[in-house]
Each structure stands twice: as C-alpha cells, then as structure tokens.
Write a protein that binds this ligand. Structure first.
Ligand code: BES
Ligand code: ZN
Length: 797
C-alpha cells in the first residue's frame, strides 16, 4: 500500500482529473466559467499556497469569493472578474478542501507524530470556512439587492441548499476521518463532494462559454464551432484623401481538434497578405454574395494561432461614412452585418472577442472607438484603444472627427463637435441619473464608462449602442431634454444586447424588445409613469399601424422569431422586434407581477452575461425560471406571440389620460369646434404634439394646416420628432409653405426613420418627381444603410 504522504500527492491529481471529466458535461458556475477550469485551481492553488500563510490567504480569498456574484456583476477589470467569476459559490469549496488537506499533510510531514486531532481541527476549519464564506455570500446578496432595490429570491434559493449540502458533507467527513483515519479516500471524497455539489451549477447549464455549440447563423460564413476568434489586435491608418483604411487585423484563433481552416467574413476588402504564426499562407476569398460578402478561408491546424491579415477597405465600404469639407468626419455603423466591410471578422453575434487597437489619423481630429477612449487630442494623431470585455463584431465602432469631451458625471460624459458641446451637455444633464436608474432596475453597469458621441446628422440611426460610447444623431438635441428616451434606449442595450446578445439576427427581438421594455422602465423611474405611459401609448399606435401594413404581404415577418435566410437582416428592423417584443414582455410582467418579473430579469442578465441567447433557449429558460406552472404558462402563451402573426388578444391595453385627452382634442379640432389658436399647443409635451399631428384625419380640410402653422409656427419647431410628424402631414396635404423646410431637412438629416417615411409619403401622394429631385441632391450625404433602403423606392442607380 502507498504510504500516507504519497497517497495525498497522487489522490489530488486523480480527484482533479475526475472533476475535469465532470466539468465539461454540464457544470458551469454562475458566470459561465466551466468547472474544468476551476478544477485546475484545486491543484494549482494548493501547490502554490500549501502553507499556513497560504491558508490565511485562501481564507481571505474565500470571504472575497463569497461576494462572487455581485463582484462579478460590478467588476469591469480582469481581476475583479477573475475573483467574481471563480470565487463565486463554487470554486471556493474545492479550493478550501484542497488547501486544508494540503495543510494537514504538511503538518504531518513536519510533525509525523501529530495526532489526528490536528487533522480533525483542520477539517473543522473547512466547515467554518464554508460557513464564513456562505455568510459573506449572504451579505453580498443583501448588498446586491439593496443597490438593485428588490429582493432576489432566486439567489437565496441557490445559496441555502448549497450551505446545507456542504456542511453535511464536511461534518460527515470529520466524523469518518476521526473513526478510520482513511485520509486518502476521504480527501478524495471531499474534493468530489465539494466540487460537484453546487446546486447552482447543477441547475443552470445555461452559461455556455467554451463547450457551447453555437447555433448556426445564416448571415455569416464563419464556422466558429471549428475555429473561433478570441481576441483582435487592430491597427489602421485613416486616409480622408482616399476614403480608405489601410489596416492589419491580428486575430487570436482557437481551432478545435480536426479543424483545417478558419473562416472569416469579408466584403469589398482588398486583402494584401495573410500569415499564420508569422508564416505566410495561401488563403482564398470566395465569390461575393449580395450583402453577405465572401468567406475568407485561411488554413490552420488545431490549437491556438495568431492570424495576421493585412488589407485595405474600399472607398465605398458600406459601414463607413466619410463626411468631406473643412470639417472632415468618419464614422462606422457595423450593425447588423457591416463590420465585415471594414474589418475581416467572424461577423456573427454569437462570436465574442476582446480587442485592442492603434489608429493613426490626421493631426487635428480625435479618434474614438467602442472601447477605453481618449478625452484629449494627441498631436501625433496616434490613438490606442482597449476593450477588455468580450463583444460581438457588430459592436466594433470607430469615429474620427473634430469633437471635444465634456464630463457629465463620475463615469458619464459627452463628445461633440465644439459648437454642439454646450447644447449636448445641457440636453444630457440627466445621464448619470439614467445610468443609476438602470442599475437600480437590472443590476450594475458592466462596462466602466458610459459616454455619448454626437455624430453628424447624416448618421442613419437615432442611436447605436456601441459599448462604452453610444453613437447618437444630433437630431435629438431638442433644447428641452424632451428626447432623452433615445439615450435611455441605447443605455438599456448595455444589458439587453451588449451583455446578453441575440444569437442570430432571427432573434433580433431579444435585443430590441427587451431594450424597449427596459427603456420605458428607466423613463418611468426617472421621469414618472405619466410620461412613460405616453411613450407606450404612442408605441402601441405605431405597432398596430405597422402590423396592419405588413399583415397582407408578409405576415410571417410579424412573428417575433424571424426566418431571414437569404435576406438582409435589415428587413427585421421594424416595429415587430421593438414594439411587439416590448408588449410581450409587458404582458408577461402583468401575468407574474412586476416584482417577480424584475427578479427574473436581473437574474437573466447576471447568469447570461457575455453570452448569446436564441429564442428557443430563452423560451425554455423563461418556462423553468418564471412560467413554471401550467396555469402561468397557459396565461402567458408566449408561443402565440413568438411563432404566430399579428398582435395577440392578450396585448396589454395602455391607459394614458393625457393621450386620451389629445384624441378628444383631435376630434374637436378636425370638426371645426375648436380653432387652432384654442389648442393647448404650448402646454403640450412633445408626445402630445406628436399624437395630435399623427392622428389628424385625412378628411380634414387642408386649410387646417395653415391655421395650425399660423397659430403655432410648427414649421419652425425645434423638436425633430414633432417636425417630422408635421412635414409628413404637410406632404400629404401638399401644404407648400413647409416645403423649403422639408427640403432643408432632407438635405441635412440622414436618419432613416425620418427620411424614408417622408420620401414614401411624397411618392404615395403623387409627388415622385419632387422626391427624386430632393433625393438626387441629398443622396451623396446619406449613409449606405439609408441609400440601400431608398434607392429601390426611388428607382435610383
Ligand atoms: N441597435 C439599434 C440600431 C440598429 C438596429 C442598427 C439594427 C442596425 C441594425 C439601436 O439601438 C436602435 O434601436 N436605435 C433606434 C432608437 C430608438 C428605438 C429609440 C433608432 O435609431 O431609431
Ligand atoms: Zn435598440
């Protein structure tokens, strides 16, 4: 028989190997770290710290580890995340058993005559450490709940049985050791018990990271299950003269056993050379398909590689918009599948990576990315960036231009062209408060800083949730803070979308529906229910209209779960994902009650942080965690929302007294009972004005518009949402005094949500030639996302 001492040294690796085998099956900790990795800790840490000082260090670590979940959720640096993720409910226990065991062994080596009482004391210390750690975890949960404002029952449910199980196991071991002194076997047993008894890991295999098989994404050629990227080092030189980026992308690639190549997505990139681990390789670029681009295939063997790709972008790169003139500006828009037009990447939202970058620009402009950013200019025009949290490719972003920074709060600020800086700082004065409100709802903000960037008006969207730096249209600078809900929306994406990401563009509603829900909750928390319910009422109106419009020609597009194979994911960017998605979540909230729904959402974000989610897995998770009785499931009937067309009967009704009052005013005004000057226009919020203008009946006399304009100078209004609604009605009634304003708006603004309906209205009201005249003039200033939608409508190039 092997003697005691050597038996210890053999039993540890054996136990570890066993745990390693257990790990990949289905055990993950709360943050998605597979047990396999933690198991290495069982051998490594005791080897490093098999001393009394080590034991003290480990005890401190255990206490910190108890804070695991909250520290993870709060932490942004690598170390915080390491402690949080590995110190959670799981690793501390095998670690404790390991350290205590080794300490016991060390003691017996130093004092072979030490009575087993010592061993027993050490094992009792394990029990104490477990209790201490559980206490620390409990404090952590209390703290987590106090900052998030509610009681999170699920965390307790996971904690308490864990404590019970582990205490019983430790107690039993103490007793057995005392009786038989069979240290080797018992120690092995301890490791196995402590290492595998966590109810949290056993119940939640939803945190797939390394062994996760990604769902296939038909908008990407990449095959990440065979070879996947984990990190990008990007360097680029920006040329405003040629409208190109000359760049090198160095990708860290992990190739699975059997893999022969790594496949990237590219579109209109000129690839100059590719090397793998320093050696040039023969690569191939497949035939280009419309909007998807081509596969770039690079031979690799199994294992980890460094893949260098040197390339140049095309002046027509669809993601990039170059604004010329004395104030040159460049910005990117990668979502949904345009990142591949400026960086060769695995352009699928199910693939995440960290990145660093070095960008060289002309001397008098600032470069910014979706990363840690500079706040001042660098005379040499050389900027470096780091994004430590893993993101999907559609969140890669770059902006270069004459902008300055103004802080708004301890971790919030705004970048804007100098002449807009003051107005931006005023408009977004509540930014820090919005972040705090969001944290209060669904847990700590995970990305460090939250800044805004005011882009040129040609930006095709209202906002884009690039991590750490939301890109914004300047059309939300209304002067009265009335359009901050857009910022609430992009901020909300820091959880829904950026932390938990739609696995494919068919699951887009998981990004946007959740975000609209979260946006309105933030608005409610900061500005009150009166205001947020007005937003909801407008949303319902828009949704019902849009569903009516789609139900005839393309009813399948009104399902939440889409099937966009062979189509541009842009086709899914409509009120279905956003607003039908919103109303499904609001409906579930009504079925289970707000406290239960909030606790569910907070957990959802923590447990799935930095991973992707598809509709089917979400539905399964929803049913195990929340709709877990047949009655609740039947009442919610989520399948009717997700897999069927139209708006289910169960769609919540909205009660907004102020919007109802506007509807009555519309009736009085249209029928002539109320004159334009009698309207409470000045007292109305933008939401009330918007409702008024969008619900004026088509049958109303055209002279009403002139009266409105004379009374309230609506053509000169500063709020762009109201102006848009007004211009649309002006087109429908051919109210020509508004046309010069219309023309100016179409020349200056490139936001698709505004310009597409305006051109549509011109075409539908028989003014196609005028529409084409405007478009020909404005088109060079629009982003490809806008021209891609408008060209076919206006029969252009
Ligand atoms: N992520 C979207 C913008 C987007 C979606 C770009 C799909 C490309 C493809 C962004 O968060 C968004 O929804 N923007 C809206 C804001 C609004 C809903 C408040 C916009 O731009 O209008
Ligand atoms: Zn959004």
């Amino acid at each position: 028989m092997i003697s005691g001492r050597w038996a210890w040294w053999i039993s540890w690796p054996v136990a570890t190997v066993f745990l390693c085998l257990l790990g990949p099956i289905r055990l993950y900790d709360a943050t998605g770290i597979p047990l396999t990795l933690q198991s290495f800790g069982v051998v490594l840490v005791p080897l490093l710290f098999g001393s009394r000082i080590g034991l003290a260090a480990v005890c401190t670590y255990l206490a910190l580890g108890g804070m695991g979940l909250p520290v993870f959720a709060l932490g942004t640096s690598g170390w915080e995340r390491f402690f949080g993720a590995t110190g959670g409910f799981l690793m501390a226990f095998p670690l404790a058993a390991g350290c205590v065991g080794l300490a016991a062994e060390a003691l017996l080596v130093v004092r072979p005559d030490a009575p087993y009482r010592m061993t027993r004391m050490l094992l009792a210390a394990t029990l104490l450490a477990a209790a201490g750690q559980t206490l620390a975890a409990a404090l952590g949960i209390l703290w987590f709940n106090s900052i998030s404002g509610t009681s999170d029952a699920t965390a307790w449910i996971h904690l308490l049985p864990g404590l019970g199980l582990k205490s019983v196991a430790a107690g039993a071991c103490v007793a057995v050791v005392d009786r038989f002194s069979a240290r080797t076997g018992i120690a092995t047993g301890l490791v196995l018990l402590f290492g595998s008894s966590s109810p949290l890991s056993a119940q939640t295999p939803q945190n797939p990271t390394m062994e996760f098989k990604r769902v296939s994404d038909h908008h990407s050629f990449a095959r990440p299950n065979e070879a996947v990227v984990t990190h990008l080092s990007w360097s680029a030189e920006v040329s405003f003269a040629t409208h190109t980026l000359a760049a090198t992308a160095v990708w860290t690639v992990d190739a699975a056993p059997g893999a022969q190549e790594v496949v990237f997505d590219v579109r209109e990139l000129a690839i100059a050379s590719v090397s793998v681990d320093g050696a040039p390789v023969a690569f191939s670029v497949g035939e280009a398909a419309p909007f998807i681009g081509s596969p770039l295939r690079i031979p690799v063997s199994p294992g980890r590689h460094s893949v260098h790709i040197r390339y140049t972008t095309s002046p027509d790169a669809a993601a990039l918009l170059w604004v010329d003139g004395d104030r040159p500006f460049l910005f990117s828009q990668s979502q949904a599948i345009l990142a591949r037009t400026w960086i060769p990447c695995q352009d699928s939202p199910g693939v995440r990576f960290t990145y660093d970058a070095e960008v060289v620009v002309p001397p008098h402009v600032l470069a910014l990315m979706s990363a840690e950013n500079p706040t001042v200019r660098n005379p040499a025009g050389r900027y470096t960036f780091r994004m430590e949290q893993a993101i999907p490719s559609y969140l890669l972003a770059l902006a270069v231009g004459d902008v300055e920074f103004r802080p708004l709060g301890p971790r919030t600020g705004v970048y804007a062209p100098p002449e807009l800086l003051e107005a931006s700082a005023y408009e977004f004065a509540d930014l820090e408060q919005l972040v705090e409100a969001a944290e209060g709802l669904y847990g700590p903000y995970a990305w460090g800083r939250y800044d805004l960037l005011m882009l040129p008006a040609a930006f095709p969207f209202g906002g884009m949730e690039n991590p750490r730096l939301t890109f914004c249209t300047p059309t939300i600078l209304a002067g009265d803070r009335s359009l901050v809900s857009l910022v609430a929306h992009e901020l909300a994406h820091s959880w829904s979308g950026n932390l938990v990401t739609n696995a494919t563009w068919d699951d887009f509603w998981l990004n946007e529906g959740f975000t609209v829900y979260f946006e309105y909750r933030i608005m409610e928390a900061v500005y009150g229910q009166d205001l947020s319910e007005m937003l909801v009422a407008l949303t319902r109106q828009g949704l019902v209209e849009e569903i009516e419009g789609m139900s005839v020609d393309r009813p399948a597009d009104t399902h939440l779960k889409l099937h966009l194979t062979g189509r541009d994911p842009d086709d899914g960017m409509n009120a279905i994902a956003y607003d039908k998605g919103y109303f499904l979540l609001r409906h579930i909230e009504q079925v289970v009650g707000r406290p239960a729904f909030d606790a569910f959402l907070r957990n959802y974000f923590v447990r799935h942080a930095f991973t992707s989610m598809d509709t089917e897995r979400f539905v399964a998770y929803l049913h195990t965690e929340l709709l877990n009785t047949p009655e609740l499931a039947a009442q919610a009937d989520v399948a009717a929302w997700i897999y069927a067309p139209g708006l289910p009967e169960s769609c919540p009704r909205v009660m907004s007294p102020r919007i109802t009052a506007v509807d009555q005013t519309v009736v009085s005004f249209a029928s002539g009972q109320l004159s334009a000057s009698q309207l409470p226009w000045d007292a109305w919020t933008y939401q009330e004005r918007y409702r008024f203008l969008t619900t004026l009946p088509e049958s109303m006399p055209a002279s009403h518009l002139e009266e409105l304009d004379t009374a309230w100078n609506i053509t000169g209004v500063g709020n762009n949402e109201v102006l848009f609604a007004w211009l649309k009605r002006a087109i429908a009634f051919t109210y020509s005094p508004a046309y010069p304003r219309l023309e100016r708006f179409l020349m200056e603004v490139g936001r698709r949500k505004f310009i597409v309906p305006l051109y549509d209205e011109l075409v539908e009201s028989g003014q196609l030639e005028l529409a084409r005249t405007f478009y020909l003039k404005a088109r060079p200033g629009y982003h490809s996302v806008a021209t891609g939608t408008l060209d076919p409508k206006l029969n252009m190039p």
